[in-house]
Design a protein around this ligand. Structure first.
Ligand SMILES: C[S@@+](CC[C@H](N)C(=O)[O-])C[C@H]1O[C@@H](n2cnc3c(N)ncnc32)[C@H](O)[C@@H]1O
Length: 283
C-alpha cells in the first residue's frame, strides 16, 4: 500500500532525535537534519530513539484480547463518551497510548471527513492494529515518557484512555482551545471479576490523581461518570482480563480456567464504571 503523503503531512510528526519536521520520502520519514525512519510494511512507523525504553508494552496476545472486547461492543459506552468529548473541528487528534486505536477511530468517525488521527503506542502489536483501525490514522511506535512525537500546538485533542499520562508533553502539543480527554477507572470498575480473574484492583483516588497530573497547565472543563452493566461469557471474561496487566502474569489457559469457574456455560455480571475528564490548557 502506498503511504498517503497528505495524511503524514497533517499528522505533523517530529523527529525524536532533533525535533525537526518529519516529511514522507518514499517509504521513510525524514527530517531536515537527515534522520530517517522507515515505515514498517504494515504501515506504522517507529520513532523510538536509539536509547530504547525500559517500559513494558502490550503483547500480541493482549492486543488480540483487547480487539475482541471492542469487537463485542463491551466498551461501547466508553467509546461513545470519548468520541463525544472530542471537540468539533478539523485538527489532529492524538491518542497517547492508543492500544488498538478503537477510541481514536470512534473519534474520527464522529468528526469531519478530513480530520487525521495519530495513534501512539509503545507496542508494535498495538501500532499494527491501530493502522487498521481507521483510514485516517497515522500509527507511531513511541515512548510517551520520552516525547509525544508531534509538533508544538498541532493537536485539537489528546486522548489518554486507561493510559500513562505525560502532562508536560500534552500541554506542548495541544493547540490553544484544545482538549485533553482522559478516561480513568473508578473503584467499581469490573469489581465483580477483579479478584477471581487475578486482575489489578483500581487504586484509591485514581480519578482524583488526575488533578495532580494537570498541575498548573490545565483546568478541568467537565467530568462525566460512565457506567454500564455487562453480562460476560467465559470467553469475554478471559478477553477482558487478558487485555490488561493480568496477562503479564497469567497465561491464557489460566485465564480461561478462571473464567469458566466463574461464568460456567452461562454468563456472569460485571460493571463498567469510569470517569471521562475533559481538560483544557489554563490561561
Ligand atoms: C491499558 S492499555 C490502554 C490502551 C488503549 N488506550 C485502550 O484503552 O484500549 C495501555 C497502553 O499503554 C501502552 N503504553 C504503556 N507504556 C507506554 C509508553 N511509555 N509509551 C507509549 N505507550 C505506552 C501499552 O502498550 C498499552 O497499549
Amino acid at each position: 500500500m502506498t503511504p498517503d503523503t497528505d495524511l503524514f503531512e497533517a499528522a505533523c510528526l517530529v523527529c525524536p532525535v532533533c525535533s525537526g519536521h518529519l516529511e514522507l520520502m518514499g517509504r521513510s520519514l525524514g527530517c531536515p537534519n537527515g534522520h530517517r525512519f522507515d515505515l514498517a510494511k504494515q504501515g506504522y512507523v517507529s520513532l523510538l530513539s536509539g536509547k530504547g525504553t525500559s517500559h513494558r508494552s502490550d503483547t500480541p496476545e493482549m492486543v488480540a484480547s483487547r480487539a475482541a472486547v471492542f469487537d463485542a461492543g463491551l466498551y461501547d459506552p466508553i467509546t461513545s463518551a470519548v468520541a463525544a468529548a472530542v471537540p468539533d473541528g478539523e485538527g489532529t487528534v492524538v491518542d497517547a497510548a492508543a492500544g488498538t486505536g478503537a477510541y481514536l477511530a470512534a473519534a474520527l468517525t464522529a468528526s469531519a471527513d478530513h480530520r487525521v488521527g495519530v495513534a501512539i503506542d509503545l507496542s508494535k502489536s498495538c501500532a499494527r492494529a491501530a493502522v487498521r483501525s481507521h483510514p485516517r490514522v497515522v500509527s507511531v511506535v513511541a515512548d510517551l515518557w520520552a516525547q509525544i512525537p508531534v509538533a508544538d500546538r498541532s493537536a485539537d485533542a489528546v486522548l489518554s484512555v486507561f493510559a500513562p499520562r505525560n502532562a508536560a508533553e500534552t500541554a506542548r502539543v495541544l493547540r490553544t482551545g484544545g482538549r485533553w480527554v482522559i478516561v480513568t477507572p473508578n473503584r467499581g470498575h469490573l469489581e465483580e471479576i477483579v479478584e477471581p480473574m487475578g486482575m489489578l484492583r483500581v487504586g484509591d483516588g485514581k480519578t482524583e490523581r488526575i488533578a495532580a497530573d494537570l498541575v498548573a497547565a490545565f483546568e478541568i472543563c467537565s467530568q462525566e461518570r460512565v457506567t454500564a452493566h455487562l453480562e460476560l461469557t467465559a470467553g469475554a471474561l478471559a478477553d477482558i482480563a487478558g487485555m490488561g496487566p493480568a496477562a503479564f502474569h497469567r497465561i491464557r489457559v489460566e485465564l480461561d480456567a478462571a473464567a469458566h469457574a466463574l461464568a460456567g456455560d452461562t454468563t456472569t455480571s460485571a460493571t463498567v464504571d469510569v470517569t471521562v475528564t475533559v481538560a483544557r490548557l489554563a490561561g
